[in-house]
Design a protein around this ligand. Structure first.
Ligand SMILES: C[C@@H](O)C(=O)SC[C@H](NC(=O)CC[C@H](N)C(=O)O)C(=O)NCC(=O)O
Ligand code: NI
Length: 153
């Protein structure tokens, strides 16, 4: 068995691709449209997972890398995100630089990386995204070090 992807439904595909690709840094590896089903599926990979995604193709998404599957239903629906869904987690090379970039792009840092390890942001559809520092915790750095820690950790 192998983990393939997590699917989230999005209310605005362009807005979501701007967030997940232009701001968060994911890359589109595959897109499928269904005229009959009236929906679009877009598979996104983190840059370091991209090779696996492209080399192990399959009818629906890749067998070669963990992906995020955005589902856009052409007919508007209201999605009430269940409490049971938690978050998507990504490892980053520099938690402070990532949060700086996201904040400058207008993304709210719900849980600032005060500890040099973990931060949380939200997608346009309020999906929680966890950002985790690769390797050891980064030494404290302003302005993050003095920001209140809104998370439980
Ligand atoms: C491509 C593969 O990874 C899929 O997940 S296709 C699954 C299929 N998705 C859809 O039909 C998308 C449109 C649908 N209106 C929806 O919002 O899901 C499906 O079976 N979806 C049902 C589900 O519970 O995921
Ligand atoms: Ni799927």
């Amino acid at each position: 068995m192998r983990y393939l992807h997590t699917m989230v439904r999005v209310t605005d595909l362009d807005q979501s691709l701007d967030f997940y690709c232009n701001k968060l840094g994911l890359v589109e590896v595959r897109r499928t449209e269904s005229e009959k089903g009236r929906f679009t599926l877009v598979f996104l990979a983190a840059p370091e997972d991209r090779k696996g995604a492209e080399t192990a193709g399959a009818a629906f998404g890749s067998r070669g890398a963990p992906l995020l599957e955005l589902t856009y239903n052409w007919d508007p629906e209201t999605y009430t995100g269940g409490r049971s869904f938690g978050h998507l987690a990504y490892e980053v090379d520099d938690i402070y630089a990532t949060c700086d970039k996201l904040q400058k792009a207008g993304v709210v840092i719900n849980r600032p990386p005060r500890d040099g390890v973990m931060a949380f942001v939200r997608s346009p559809d309020n999906i929680s995204i966890e950002l985790l520092q690769k390797g050891e915790a980064k030494p404290s750095a302003e302005p993050w070090a003095s920001m209140p820690n809104t998370g439980a950790w």
